[in-house]
Design a protein around this ligand. Sequence first.
Ligand code: FAD
Length: 306
Amino acid sequence: MLFRSLILKASGLGWVKKLVTRSRLFRPMIKRFIAGETLTDAFQVAEALAGGCMNVSLDLLGENVATEIEAERATAAYIEVVEKIAQSEFKDKINISIKLTMLGLDQGDAVAESNFRRLLTAAKPHGIFVRADMEASAYTERTIAMIERVYGQFPNTGTVLQSYLHRTQEDVERLIRLGCRVRIVKGAYLEPEAVAFQDKEVVDAEYLKAAKRLMEAGNYPAIATHDAGIIQKLKDYAELQKIPKERFEWQFLYGIRRDLQDQLRDEGYNVRIYVPYGAQWYPYFSRRLAERPANMLFIAKSLVRK
Ligand SMILES: Cc1cc2nc3c(=O)[nH]c(=O)nc-3n(C[C@H](O)[C@H](O)[C@H](O)COP(=O)(O)OP(=O)(O)OC[C@H]3O[C@@H](n4cnc5c(N)ncnc54)[C@H](O)[C@@H]3O)c2cc1C
């Protein structure tokens, strides 16, 4: 946890950002986690995965736009992705994940909701699912409330809950009542003690509790983790409770634990890979580095070798 918070804090410094975005040393690691900078790059990866019996969620990277015009531009870019998916032979295997702050949440709920509804309207006739990723805790309530407002008209949407937040078990029940699809994750942001558990063991225990409840009573939940121990426990639980494999899916981030992704697919589970792409990859990349000391070690070794 200390390592994660150090890396996340360092990534906010201007000179660190410059170093990471300009130095060639980081390129192999960036390539491992990010599908490319353009929609064409992302589609190449997505269709190759879909051809290999994986499902995909495309994520056009970016967060926190500064103006309503930028939010409109982001909405248009998301709609372009939806239209491209609609034309793909793998249409049924590809959906999208979005950030409400890209649709204008900082400019007001009404701005973001109007853009979100435009996007959902474009996706609905094609049966394309649009998931609102969960961002920092300042947005949790507003994200859930947004989903509650639009879900009646747009059942092709859902969101994400983070097991590190104190509030999450209640949100699990709230979204089970609503009936929308939920992705459960541990949580990737730097959150204070007042709202989030700081102890990894507690976050893991809360994850298991929320995931089990969603597997029992949720609408096609997404169990998103690379934690092999947790995955095994949940597989055992599903078997014990006779929860069929079609009732849920596993989700992984592109480039992480490919062995486990393939293994689960070969065992007959639904697996979806979250494929991020776009020019604004830096915050996403920083969160991935912070999750695992070995990622930083890899970079440190390349620096020493130079
Ligand atoms: C599909 C998907 C969508 C997500 N969406 C959101 C979201 O909307 N909001 C949000 O806050 N978070 C999101 N996350 C991130 C999540 O919150 C965690 O930060 C991230 O998944 C790491 O936690 P973990 O469950 O893999 O467990 P950890 O305990 O962090 O890791 C378990 C093991 O997984 C492997 N691993 C984990 N991370 C890495 C890495 N970066 N590089 C290499 N190996 C790694 C390591 O072997 C590690 O020991 C998402 C994650 C996934 C998989």
